[in-house]
Design a protein around this ligand. Structure first.
Ligand SMILES: [Zn+2]
Length: 424
């Protein structure tokens, strides 16, 4: 028998208590909760891809691969965090405490805090410093079962510093196992120096040359705009995203978080890959998103962190939208880096079922990043991005919020994380 090593990308996983056979996304309605839960299963990985899975007694005899025991635990697809603001610099803990004391976001912003504070910190950081500060964040996320993360620029707010953030994402992608998908978010906020000149700022960060350069260098695949009250309006967002699309950057949108200004409708009209937040979405907005096949990315960690009402996830699933969940990890409105914690909020507060929550963080999150034809599901030929839990069932995982239940993380067939013995 071949001895198990961390180097090989071929494994036979035996003794799986429950194999959660999430189908490829995007999934909607009942398909988000009704799929196979295979008890007493095995799964074969060959050269980093899923080659076979089924009942344990039917496992192929393959002398050439290492075996790995799931020890009766549950095996799920690797988790995908499809909306974060990594890489950022600095922290805003004092602002968090001020908000608990009653200060509003606007008051903090007008005092030079909020996003402006993070913008200053990012502008003052080098690429190496951004990488050094954000690498541990990704390493901790890997230990939570996350194998793919979307990362945004948007704290540089000048061409030079936006590029720096995108280059930091590329370097972070090289330095650790999680795959990163980069989004250009030059229109995240109006920087103080352009406070009364929004059109000039948009000309600067959405110039054809700049967008073409980002696309040509492969620094980002997507373009995002914060389209909301106090940020960019629908006309501005449409202009930026149409230009980005012409350059080859697919649109996504921060939509309907703070107020209803028509952002989700715009996302649908532009066939955006995702519309994110949607706390204030209307039925018309939902219908437009559904018709366009846009993924609804919900960020309940932000509502939790800010202490404001949640979006209505059940209404969106019942309306037939493919729903994804993500952290929105950022130093201002959601300093939660744990996707399992967000999944628990979705269960306990949005009243989603464990199966729906898992689909939202695997198959549908993959669809929000346009990688659903090769990750986010238990499917032959898909990348073997897998997580072994120490619970025998999916339900048991969600019954213990906050407790680390990830035993092993496999990325492209390779063991990328193994929980230390003393944390059992
Ligand atoms: Zn965000």
């Amino acid at each position: 028998m071949v001895k198990e090593t961390v180097e090989t990308t071929s494994h036979l996983i035996r003794n799986i208590g429950t194999l959660v056979v999430v189908p490829p996304g995007p999934l909607t309605g009942r398909r988000m909760r009704e799929f196979d839960l295979l008890r007493d299963a095995a799964l074969l990985i060959r050269d980093g891809r899923i080659a076979w899975f089924g009942p344990a007694q039917e496992a192929p005899l393959d002398e050439g691969v290492a075996t790995l025991s799931a020890e009766g635990g549950c095996v799920i697809p690797g988790l995908i965090d499809c909306h974060t603001h990594i890489p950022f610099a600095g922290e805003r803990c004092a602002e968090f405490i001020r908000r608990l004391g009653g200060a509003s976001y606007l008051e903090i912003l007008q005092a030079g805090g909020g996003i402006h504070a993070t913008c200053r910190a990012v502008r003052n950081a080098t690429i190496d410093e951004l990488v050094a500060e954000n690498l541990p964040r990704l390493q901790r996320m890997l230990a939570l079962g996350v194998t793919r993360v979307e990362c945004k620029s948007g704290y540089g707010l000048t061409p030079e510093h936006e590029f720096k953030q995108l280059e930091a994402i590329r370097e972070l992608d090289r330095q650790q196992p999680i795959s990163l998908d980069a989004t250009y978010l030059g229109a995240h906020a109006l920087p103080v120096e352009f406070a009364d000149r929004p059109d000039e700022f948009i000309d600067l960060i959405a110039s054809e040359d700049l967008l073409a350069s980002i696309a040509r260098q492969g620094l980002a695949r997507f373009c995002d705009v914060f389209c909301d009250r106090g940020a960019f309006n629908v006309v501005q967002a449409r202009h930026i995203l149409q230009r980005a699309a012409a350059a080859g950057l697919r649109p996504r949108l921060h939509a309907d978080e703070l107020a209803q200004i028509g952002a989700s409708k715009l996302a649908g009209e532009l066939c955006a890959l995702s519309a994110d937040h949607l706390e204030h979405v209307t039925d018309t907005g939902l219908a437009t998103l559904k018709a366009a096949g846009t993924i609804a990315v919900l960020l309940p960690g932000t509502s939790f962190f800010l202490g404001v009402p949640h979006c209505d996830a059940r209404r969106m699933i019942d309306a037939g939208l493919p729903v994804a969940l993500a952290t929105d990890y950022n130093p201002g409105s959601c300093m939660i880096e744990s996707l399992p914690w967000i999944m628990n909020i979705a269960c306990c507060q949005l009243r989603l079922l464990p199966t729906e929550v898992l689909v939202a963080c695997t198959a549908n999150a993959a669809a929000a990043l346009d990688v659903h034809k090769r990750v986010g599901a238990i499917e032959i030929g898909f990348d073997a991005d897998l997580v072994v839990l120490d619970t025998p069932s999916l339900d048991a995982w969600f019954y213990t919020p906050g407790r680390p239940r990830v035993r092993t993380v496999i990325k492209a067939g390779r063991v990328a994380y193994r929980r230390p013995e003393h944390l059992k």
